[in-house]
Write a protein that binds this ligand. Structure first.
Ligand code: SF4
Ligand code: SF4
Length: 184
C-alpha cells in the first residue's frame, strides 16, 4: 500500500492542513500580513528575471524562428515562383498567394517565369513551425530572428509582400545564413 505521508512529502513543500483553533495573535492577521510584506520587499533587491520589452530584448537562439522574409537573388529579383508548396505544407493554412506570368520587361524583377503577384501570411494563424521554409524549392522563404510586433487591429497581422519581401538595397538585405544548414 502507498504511504500517503510519503506522497505529501514528494516536494517537501506540502503542509498538512490543520483545523486547530487560531490563537488571538493569528486572528489579528497582522503577523501574517507583515510576513507577506517582508517577502515582497525582499524581492525588490533581488536580480529581476523580467526585462523591459520591447525596449530591451533578449538574445534569441540561433535556431529561433520569427517573422518570415521573401528573399531576392543576387541580382535583386524575387526568388518566389508562386509554386504553392509552402502553402500546401503549412499546417495552419496561414499562407495564400496569387500567381502571375512574368512579362518580358519584368525579367529584372522576378527570377522565374511565374511569380507571386500577391503573397500573404496570416500571422495570427502562423505557429512559426518553419515547414514553409523547408518546403520551398527556390530558397525563397525563410523565417528570421525578427519579431512580429503586437497590434490592436487583426487586419494588420495579414502580412503582404510589402512586409515580407526584403528590400532591394543590398545593404538592407535580411541575413538568413544562420537558418541555412552549414553543409548546404
Ligand atoms: S511557419 Fe509554419 S505555420 Fe507559419 S506560415 Fe510557415 S508553415 Fe505556416
Ligand atoms: S515561397 Fe517557395 S514554396 Fe512558397 S510559393 Fe514561393 S517558391 Fe513556392
Amino acid at each position: 500500500m502507498v504511504n500517503q505521508k510519503s506522497i505529501y512529502n514528494l516536494t517537501g513543500k506540502s503542509k498538512v492542513v490543520s483545523n486547530k483553533k487560531m490563537s488571538f495573535v493569528e486572528k489579528l492577521y497582522l503577523p501574517a500580513i507583515l510576513n507577506g510584506m517582508l517577502i515582497t520587499a525582499s524581492h525588490l533587491f533581488k536580480k529581476k528575471t523580467t526585462i523591459r520589452y520591447p525596449e530591451v530584448k533578449r538574445n534569441y537562439s540561433d535556431i529561433y524562428r520569427g517573422k518570415h522574409v521573401l528573399k531576392r537573388d543576387d541580382e535583386g529579383r524575387e526568388r518566389c515562383t508562386a509554386c504553392g508548396l509552402c502553402a500546401l505544407s503549412c499546417p495552419a493554412e496561414a499562407i495564400t498567394m496569387v500567381a502571375a506570368e512574368r512579362k518580358r520587361d519584368e525579367e529584372h524583377l522576378y527570377r522565374e517565369e511565374k511569380y507571386a503577384i500577391t503573397y500573404e501570411i496570416n500571422m495570427l494563424r502562423c505557429i512559426f513551425c518553419g515547414f514553409c521554409e523547408e518546403a520551398c524549392p527556390k530558397e525563397a522563404i525563410y523565417l528570421t530572428q525578427r519579431d512580429t510586433p503586437a497590434d490592436y487591429d487583426r487586419e494588420s497581422f495579414i502580412y503582404g509582400k510589402d512586409k515580407l519581401v526584403e528590400p532591394l538595397d543590398k545593404a538592407k538585405r535580411i541575413d538568413v545564413s544562420k537558418r541555412i544548414p552549414k553543409d548546404e
